[in-house]
Design a protein around this ligand. Structure first.
Ligand SMILES: Nc1ncnc2c1ncn2[C@@H]1O[C@H](COP(=O)(O)OP(=O)(O)OP(=O)(O)O)[C@@H](O)[C@H]1O
Ligand SMILES: [Mg+2]
Length: 462
């Protein structure tokens, strides 16, 4: 399963921390009884919805439910996406969570149902158990011979022991390099993976504890291993079905079928993988970990996508589907029918719906305060109060945006804290939605493509 390892490495590299719209969210902020704390883990208020999300989360963690679907519905800026992100955080590393926006489906270089299938399979984890052979022991001696000519490969010997035995191993160039890289020395307890040759330093042997002073406080002491030097050890990796699909369609020479990055994956490949995974499950080598697929702005999907979802949810390897929308009764894309949230009735019927409601002033203030901390912005109490008022009158999003701009203005005037004046200045520089609409109503003739009426004919000819 070298492939699984590779995938994990890639994941680690791509996790770069930036300040995004939801980077202050670290979980759902629930207590042990799943009650939402007023302010916790970056979450504020919206307690009923958070609690509901927590109940769903418990069901997911138990791993028993598959193919459930949840809809988070509410007005813009009421924390729907934030709650989904909180769920992702609370799930932890081992449960797959895939997030996408409904509109993404149409911008990919592949069919809509293929894109959805990939999203579904990215959300199903396969926990694979493997036995590997390792050598584990205390280093007695490392002896490296430099070639007499000064060039060419180094060779050497490594003496390892347990409480019961001692063995000398020959070292090749590669092993010598990894020993040097890990700074292994006599008295260290190490493991060597026999398949990959990977060396891991577990710590210093207790017998060397007297040299403590020479090693500094970070040194970890461990017991000298007992028994045989060679051992079998069980290791567990979690990969997603999609990762297995991609890896296998490449190695089997399906490369020609690819367009773009992963491209479309053949149904046959998926069927083979499904059969293989089923086999592993029967042999007790693998377990399915149903994860979460989150589709934001779900009203952007069309009728074909919805009917795909209906069917896909019925598979026993379906993840939990969470959707979010801010639409009321609207047209289902691809049809002329109206429906609540733009979702067909037959799908709606399968959903558990969580609704979010607008925030009160003190909640907005608290969210803004958390955002200031997240962005490392100092703000006077007065400025925060003014910003909260702006948030109440325009939108939470608009007031969150102002924080960044106002901090910049304050820094330009060499201020240490964002003041009321900085806020006012930014408020006059950037319009919010309602002022912008007002402005457009007044000056619409001067813009292209105005829909409000008057001079359409004139526009077309000009
Ligand atoms: N309860 C909350 N606690 C902390 N931050 C929140 C909360 N609700 C919203 N936010 C933050 O406010 C901003 C807007 O919220 P969010 O994007 O979640 O709204 P939404 O309901 O998804 O809106 P839309 O319908 O427009 O997609 C985000 O930066 C979000 O992290
Ligand atoms: Mg959203």
């Amino acid at each position: 399963m070298a492939a699984a390892q590779k995938v994990q490495e890639v994941r680690e590299v791509t996790r770069i921390e930036r300040i995004g719209a939801h980077s202050h969210i670290r979980g759902l902020g629930l207590d042990d009884a799943l009650e939402a704390r007023q302010v916790s883990q970056g979450m504020v208020g919206q307690t009923a919805a958070r609690r509901a999300a927590g109940v769903i989360l418990e069901m997911i963690k138990e791993g028993k439910i598959a193919g459930r679907a949840i809809l988070i519905a509410g007005q813009p800026g009421t924390g729907k996406t934030a709650i989904a992100m909180g769920m992702a955080q609370a799930l932890g590393q081992d449960t797959p969570f895939t997030a996408m926006a409904g509109s993404e489906i149409f911008s990919l270089e592949m069919g809509k149902t293929e894109a959805l299938t990939q999203a579904f399979r990215k959300s199903i984890g396969v926990r694979i158990k493997e036995e590997t052979e390792i050598i584990e022991g205390e280093v007695v001696e490392i002896q490296i011979d430099r070639p007499a000519t000064g060039t060419g490969a180094k060779v050497g010997k490594l003496t390892l022991k347990t409480t019961e035995m001692e063995t000398i191993y020959d070292l090749g160039q590669k092993m010598i390099e990894s020993l040097t890289k890990e700074k292994v020395q006599a008295g260290d307890i190490i493991t060597i993976d026999k398949a990959t040759g990977k060396i891991t330093r577990l710590g210093r042997s207790f017998t060397r504890a007297r040299d403590y002073d020479a090693m500094g406080p970070q040194t970890k002491f461990v017991q000298c291993p007992e028994g045989e030097l060679q051992k079998r050890k069980e290791v567990v990796h979690t990969v997603t079905l999609h990762e297995i699909d991609v890896i296998n369609s490449r190695t089997q020479g399906f490369l020609a079928l690819f367009s773009g990055d992963t491209g479309e994956i053949k149904t046959e490949v998926r069927e083979q993988i499904n059969a293989k995974v089923a086999e592993w499950r029967e042999e007790g080598k693998a377990e399915i970990v149903p994860g979460v697929l989150f589709i934001d702005e779900v009203h952007m999907l069309d009728i074909e996508c919805f009917s795909f979802l209906n069917r896909a949810l019925e598979s026993d390897m379906a993840p939990v589907l969470i959707m979010a929308t801010n639409r009321g009764i609207t047209r289902i894309r691809g049809t002329n029918y109206m429906s609540p949230h733009g979702i067909p009735i037959d799908l709606l019927d399968r959903l558990l719906i969580i609704s979010t409601s607008p925030y009160e002033e003190k909640e907005i203030k608290q969210i803004l305060k958390i955002r200031c901390e997240e962005e490392d912005v100092e703000m006077t109490e007065d400025a925060l109060t003014v910003l909260t008022r702006i948030g109440m009158e325009t939108s939470l999003r608009y007031s969150i945006q102002i924080i960044t701009a106002a901090a910049l203005v304050s820094r330009k005037r060499k201020g240490t804290e964002v003041s009321v004046d900085d806020i006012k200045r930014v408020y006059s520089l950037f319009m919010d939605e309602s002022r912008s609409t007002q402005f457009l109503k007044e000056y619409q003739q001067e813009f292209m493509f105005n829909e409000l009426g008057v001079d359409t004919e004139q526009m077309e000819t000009s």
